[in-house]
Write a protein that binds this ligand. Structure first.
Ligand SMILES: [Fe+2]
Length: 186
């Protein structure tokens, strides 16, 4: 868990305070080491792996999927790949960036790169959380949140699903308290 930033700009690094803040809005975050042996280690660093390469990356992390399947009933997983030269990237980022919620939990496991999740806290304040390789995050259903990339504009994350209906973002129109180009929390 790298860093959490309050809307005031204050950076929270102490783990206990971070966990307290995340607990207050029901977010779970854990560190799960990424398994990358031989070929997968190379594929993980590629900007745009093809379907077979993506499946190889996914398979290597399936011990986590098995655990989620048994404990929480997750049924499918896929890999989201974002890189700087990706066609249509800015439109995609605008959709992630607007504050929204889902009918289902949003469950992500970052296997390469980094990004920033933002959350609206119960008191209406907002925080941003940096997620990096090895970070597993569960954003609970109905929690208002957003996602943006950092300056490197690169992330690979596994998404876990229990079904298909709950993926749809419901935009709430809540204004963000963070400027669009807020620097990466360090
Ligand atoms: Fe979302």
């Amino acid at each position: 868990m790298a860093a959490l930033v309050r809307s005031s700009g204050a950076v929270v690094r102490d783990r206990e305070t971070m966990e307290e803040i995340l607990d207050s809005c029901g977010v779970t975050m854990e560190y799960w080491p990424v398994r990358s042996t031989g070929r997968t280690a190379v594929l993980l660093k590629e900007n745009a792996p093809g379907p077979l390469e993506m499946e190889a990356i996914l398979s290597e992390q399936d011990h986590y999927f098995e655990r989620l399947r048994e404990s929480n009933g997750y049924r499918t997983r896929d890999l989201v790949v974002v890189f700087p030269e990706m066609p249509g990237l800015s439109g995609l980022l605008d959709r992630f960036r607007a504050i929204h919620y889902h009918e289902d939990d949003e469950v992500r496991y970052v296997v390469d790169g980094e990004g920033v999740f933002g959350f609206v806290l119960p008191d209406g304040d907002q925080v941003e959380l940096l997620v990096e390789e090895g970070d597993f995050i569960l954003v609970p259903r109905l929690l208002e949140h957003w996602f943006r990339l950092t300056e490197i504009r690169k992330i690979k994350a596994i998404r876990y699903f229990t079904g298909t209906a709950g993926w749809v973002p419901v935009y709430t129109g809540t204004p963000s308290l963070f400027a669009p180009e807020t620097p990466r929390p360090v």
